[in-house]
Design a protein around this ligand. Structure first.
Ligand SMILES: NC(=O)c1ccc[n+]([C@@H]2O[C@H](COP(=O)([O-])OP(=O)(O)OC[C@H]3O[C@@H](n4cnc5c(N)ncnc54)[C@H](O)[C@@H]3O)[C@@H](O)[C@H]2O)c1
Length: 254
């Protein structure tokens, strides 16, 4: 059995659901010890139990600086210094520039932008001695902009620019820390299920059919890219924006 993240200590935010859950399962399967964080304590603890003694769940609000300090302290105590950080947790709120309120905009920015800034800040501090890989979940919304999701699109643009700034700073500082962003189109997760024809009850496997080039992106498709970026196989990929959208963006329909 291949062990592509053997010896890694990985933190995955938003690990109780969707993409984060698949990331955590795959990184653990490939040999990493994983720290799962989420607001959803019940599902987070359940996943950590499912993975076993190589997993730890820490309740966490990514927008809280004290929360990040606690995640880093508990990671260090349980497993040692982290070498992988997957900034994955985020929220999606519907609202065009005309419909969205300032309160909605600020709520999205607090989680999707402030939360990623704090993750990178504490991630770099924890990794600068030993090196590592930071993977930031952005979206095609950062590249094209989605009219119906104004604040979300802007927050994902902030994540993309933050990623480049972090990669550049780490390289200039001589740290062995890579930082890359991932830009998926629609993925079948609880975040998007509410907007799909079968609604929130539609299960990923049931929507879109089995034909790989026609169906929507599955969380596992994204987890495979996260695994690659977490592993040393991607050691020369740094400051990159990786689209995972089955050509939707270049067809101008994203
Ligand atoms: N689903 C898509 O179509 C899609 C497309 C492009 C990008 N993305 C990005 O992928 C990532 C994962 O999305 P998903 O579809 O798996 O979403 P999801 O809603 O299934 O899971 C998100 C998880 O984050 C947690 N979370 C939310 N706010 C949090 C906070 N403040 N602190 C800690 N945890 C918090 C939630 O409890 C949930 O478990 C997100 O960054 C999202 O923007 C998703």
């Amino acid at each position: 059995m291949s062990q592509r993240t053997e010896g890694k200590i990985a933190i995955v935010t938003g690990a109780a659901s969707g993409v984060g859950k698949e990331d955590a399962l795959l990184l653990a399967r490939e040999g990493a010890r994983v720290v799962l964080t989420d607001l959803n304590e019940e599902a987070g603890h359940a996943l950590a139990r499912e993975i076993g003694e190589t997993a730890l769940f820490v309740p966490h609000d990514i927008a809280s600086e004290a929360g990040w300090q606690q995640v880093m302290a508990r990671t260090e105590k349980q497993f040692g210094a982290p070498s992988v950080l997957v900034n994955n947790a985020a929220i999606l709120l519907l609202g065009s520039v005309e419909d969205a309120t300032l309160e909605q905009w600020q709520r999205v920015m607090r989680i999707n932008a402030d939360g990623y800034f704090l993750g990178c800040k504490y991630g770099v501090a924890a990794m600068k001695a030993g090196g590592g890989s930071i993977v930031n979940m952005s979206s095609v919304a950062a590249l094209g902009g989605m009219g119906a999701f104004c604040a979300y699109s802007a927050s994902k643009g902030a994540v993309a620019a933050l990623t480049r700034a972090v990669a550049g700073h780490c390289k200039q500082s001589g740290y062995r820390i890579r930082c890359n962003s991932i830009h998926p189109d629609g993925i079948l997760t609880p975040m998007t299920a509410a907007f799909l024809p079968g609604g929130a009850t539609a299960l990923p496997e049931e929507v879109g059919g089995a034909e790989p080039m026609q169906r929507m992106c599955h969380p596992r498709d994204v987890a495979n890219l996260v695994l690659f970026l977490a592993s040393d196989e991607s050691r020369f990929i740094n400051g990159a924006e990786l689209r995972i959208d089955n050509a939707q963006t270049i067809m101008g329909v994203a």
